[in-house]
Design a protein around this ligand. Sequence first.
Ligand code: 5GP
Ligand code: ZN
Length: 124
Amino acid sequence: MTLAGAKSDCLFCRVAAGEIPSTKVIETDDVLAFRDINPGAPQHVLVIPKHHVADSVADLRVADEGIAGLWASLLSVVQQVADSSPEFADGWRLVTNVGENGGQSVFHLHLHVLAGRRLTWPPG
Ligand code: 5GP
Ligand code: ZN
C-alpha cells in the first residue's frame, strides 16, 4: 500500500481534489470531512483520507507504512466533527461500510459520522 496517489475515476478522489463540490466541515493536510449528499441523520459527515489509501478498511494492513498515523489523523478529524455541533452532545455513531453486504457504494476508504436523532440498532 502507498499513502500517496489518486484515482481519476474515484468519486471521493475527485471530491478531495475539489473537482466535485462538497460542503466541507473540517479539512487538514491529509483528511477531509464533508457533508453526505444524502444524509441519513440531521448530522451525517463523511471523513476521508485525501489520498486513495484503500478502497475500504478491508484493504488496510496493520503492517502498512503510515497506517498508525493515518488512523490517528482520521480519529482526530472524527473528534473535531463531533465537537462541531451541539447535535453530537447526546451521542453519535461512527460507521464504515465494506463491500456489497456492508452496503458500500463508494470504494474510497471513508468513515460515516452520524448524529442528531436516536439511531436504531441493529442497522438495517
Ligand atoms: P457508502 O455507501 O460507500 O458507505 O457511503 C457513500 C456515501 O457517499 C453515501 O452515504 C452517499 O450518500 C454519499 N455520496 C455519494 N455521492 C456523493 C457526492 O457526490 N457528494 C457527497 N457529499 N456525498 C456523496
Ligand atoms: Zn479515491
